[in-house]
Design a binder for this molecule. Sequence first.
Ligand SMILES: Nc1ncnc2c1ncn2[C@@H]1O[C@H](COP(=O)(O)OP(=O)(O)O)[C@@H](O)[C@H]1O
Ligand SMILES: [Mg+2]
Length: 144
Amino acid sequence: MSVQIFHSNGPVCTEQIAAQLAASFVPGTLVAMRGGLGAGKTAFVRGACRVLAPGERVTSPSYAIINRYDGPVPVYHMDAYRIGSEDLIGIGWEDLLAENAIYFVEWSENLEGALPSHGLTVTFEVTGENDRRITVERREEGVC
Ligand SMILES: Nc1ncnc2c1ncn2[C@@H]1O[C@H](COP(=O)(O)OP(=O)(O)O)[C@@H](O)[C@H]1O
Ligand SMILES: [Mg+2]
């Protein structure tokens, strides 16, 4: 597992960090995001989508649960704040995963054990009014 730590001093910075990382995302990448309300998870997805789905407007899927953005590879943006693993079947999550799209999951801690074991985990910590520590861990697949 590789770990990278970024320090962001504002939303624009968080967006830039995300855009840089997203440039190397391949189809099937799942980004599991942890961190409390207002930590910058949606800002991160907005930055990533500047690269992955240019022209799409990224908003918090708090009520819709899942947003879909059109890009060369579709992007699914889920907010699991109000749901748990047991709700994934009703949402059709397995079918979405089979699409080999790119996935962002806010509040991934609520779906512990139900997400694929490979991909990225991004943890947001509020370190000041406009400061965030963003820790990016790559969960590798098939390492022995
Ligand atoms: N460094 C930063 N990165 C991201 N957002 C920040 C930062 N500093 C302040 N903010 C503010 O924090 C809030 C983050 O909101 P949002 O991205 O919706 O968080 P979340 O999705 O984690 O609830 C926004 O109001 C944004 O302006
Ligand atoms: Mg959010």
